[in-house]
Design a protein around this ligand. Structure first.
Ligand SMILES: [Zn+2]
Length: 135
């Protein structure tokens, strides 16, 4: 197993993101653009400047997460030409004229057009009908 390192410039951060020595010079928060160093080179950098911190590549690679920065996104632009129309918030529907009640057998919430009687739930309506037929 190779002993590889990223080197952090610990003088500053970008948001919560660590700044790494970049492959092409300068610094980057994008780990895929960070330069990978041998142990010797990483330690050498730290010996020259205490703010350059060597991190084992394996340790850091385990701690990255793919994330999307909202400031780089635009849903209208993203869906252009995709034939998708986003659902818009609907106005609240007028009531359907049913009244809420509770099943007299089990107490489940039921809805019925008759506001003066508690409707039975679907479980108990059936057995009620059968009882009535057999009576
Ligand atoms: Zn019931």
């Amino acid at each position: 197993m190779s002993d590889l390192y990223y080197v952090q410039d610990s003088r500053s951060y970008l948001g919560n993101d660590i700044l790494w020595w970049a492959d092409k010079g300068g610094y980057t928060t994008n780990l895929s653009k960070a330069e990978v160093f041998t142990k010797e080179r990483a330690v050498h950098l730290n010996q020259n400047r205490i703010t350059d911190i060597p991190w084992p590549k394996e340790y850091i690679d385990e701690r990255t997460r793919p994330a999307v920065d909202v400031q780089y996104t635009n849903i209208k632009e993203a869906l252009k030409g995709k034939g998708i129309r986003l659902k818009k918030k609907k106005w609240k529907r007028p009531t359907m004229g049913k009244t809420r009640g509770n099943c007299p057998e089990c107490g489940k919430i039921t809805w019925d057009y008759n506001p003066y009687e508690n409707a039975r739930c679907s479980d108990h309506q059936k057995s009620y009908d059968i009882e009535w037929l057999n009576a």
